[in-house]
Write a protein that binds this ligand. Sequence first.
Ligand code: CA
Length: 233
Amino acid sequence: MRLLLVEDDAMLAKAMVGGLRLRGHAVDWVDDADKAVSAALAHDYGAVLLDLGLPSADGLDVLRSLRKRGWRAPVIVITARDAVEQRIAGLDAGADDYLLKPFDLDELAARLRSVSRRALGHAAAELVSGAVRLDTSARRCTRAGELVELTAREYLMLETLMTRAGRIVTRSELEDNAFDWSREVDSNVVEVYVSQLRRKLGRGFIVTRRGLGYAVEGGGSADSPRPDFREDP
Ligand code: CA
């Protein structure tokens, strides 16, 4: 998923961005409250990691003002403040989880998966669409039981489609979820990755809805018959 990191400590931020990209995420980093608000409103982030001690404002005020506007992305507060009252204030302001500095990146990655699953309404770590299964904890993809090797970007695209299985995902939604600011994106990049994924997962797996976007069939067990989901003529 694509993440927004709001952190004014550059050294910590760079380490986090590096570690999270290694774990397959697209990550944007901002270091102050105003940039955090504009970025959060401009992109469809899978989750936001929010430091509380920002130079110009308190992270909790940023969160409150975003929530007041109806903004719903999951938020994990990352902070050195460990008083119980602070944790309660964070959760009351609309945070979904809370992580104390210093923390382990693997633990952060696990919590990210958990808040994101809750936000998307999945309880399980495994996404299923037809014969394709995506284990989001192990970042492992199988088709009819056979392991399918995916690049980091293919994985992000597939994850975006499968977390929204059964509905149409627009090209810009796919682009927004799989690429961060570190990369120039060609206009046909989504088509390129969709065709790579079709090559690996079967031509009919990703359906094109002309003029609208792409879709993979809705969840359920890999053994169950295909639901009412047909390719456009
Ligand atoms: Ca700080």
